[in-house]
Each structure stands twice: as C-alpha cells, then as structure tokens.
Design a protein. Sequence first.
Length: 252
Amino acid sequence: MTETLNPTTNSSSEQPAPELSGVDLARVALHQAREAAKARGEGGTRKAKRRTSTTVRRDGREPTGFAAVLQGLMADRAWDIPAAGGSILDQWPNIAAALSPKLAAHVTAVAFHAETGQLDLRPDSPAYATQLRLIGSRIVAAANDAAGTQAVRTLRVLAVGSATAPAPREAVAAPTAAAAAEAPVKTRDMATPGFHRALAAHQAVPRIQHVSSGDTQAIERQNQAMRELSRRAFPEPAVVPDDAPAPIEAGP
C-alpha cells in the first residue's frame, strides 16, 4: 500500500504564523472594518452632516464688542427717541413746508414728549387749527420720515396763539452769565491782613518834596507881589486919636 505525503502541508502546519507589526495590524483592522460595513450595506461615502449654528444668549458677563453694547444700551433706554424729538422740532419748518407752503408761517412746533410720542403744535388762527386736525396723519408721517424713526405717534393741537419760533438751545447758558454778574465785588476792606499792613507802612513814610533854591526864590517873589497888590486894593485906614479905645481900669 502506497501512502502519499504532502510535505508542504505538514511543514506549514507545523510552523507557527508570523507575528504582525503595527502597520500590518492597522491594515488588517481597516480591512475588517470595510468588510463589516459592506456586510451591513453601509458602503460608499457618507454625506457630511450639516452643522446647525445655535445662538447663545449672553448674560452680560461674557466679553462682547463696544458697538454691540452701545447699541443695546440705546435700545433699552430709548436714547434715539429724544434725539429724534429734537430733530423734529429743528426740522419743523421744512416738514411744514413740504405739506403746505404757508403752514410753517402759521403753525409752530412747541414741544415733543418722547415717552408718549406726542407732538404739540400751536396754530395762530382757528382756520389753521382745523387744518391741523384734518391733516394730522400726514403730519405724523412727514415728521417720522424727517426723523428717520417712528417716534411721533399722536398730535396735540394747542390753543390758538402767536406762531413764534422756539427759543434757541444756546439760551440755556444765560443763567451762568447772570450768576457771574451777581458775584460780590471785592473791595479794599475785604483784602488780606498782609495787604493792610503793607498799605499802612507805605502811608507812614513821610513824603519829602524836593524844591530847588531857584524855585523857592520865585515862589517868594510871587508871594510878595501878591501881598503888595492886596495892600493897594485894600489900604488900611489911619487910626484917629479920639477913636482910640479907652484903657480898661482894673477894679479895687
């Protein structure tokens, strides 16, 4: 009986499998992962998922830009509304002229209330008061267009009066000038003690007039001439013996 032997099979079964290095292990793991994905039907490239951005509301403690902070502060405190009110009062002649050429001469914008959005107008005649009530919605729209905001919401037609232009804003500085004029005037009596001592020492020094000899002689000649003229103008009367006063006798 003949027995056939396979030396290759016997030698391979008897020899141990070679050890895999790190690169080979990675390749084997990648190959196994691909095979498992194909078996599950997940072959091909995966579509990238869209990232949805979420807006995180800041609690006021996180750092932020100065422009964003300023814009938020203006929105919270409605600082743009008073500015719009001042702009409306300043631009009222142009706003009124756009509605009617003669409206600015007969109607004055008196005040704007930012908290209520009310614009006060004063006409100079009952006819223009009626016209303001008829075109009130047009005035509100024109004022908001000029200011660039929706600050004006209502109108109030005041009693008929003179249509005078509002006082300029620079007139607010007038009380400062008046207060400066009422300041106390400083006198010598209000000076410091050192000033008074210096003044007394100056006044205590005798004033010596230096007169030359020529000036002294001229003054003397002038005095003599004046005395001579006085004697000629008013001569002294001669004394009469009878008119002489009697001597006063002393008593016992």
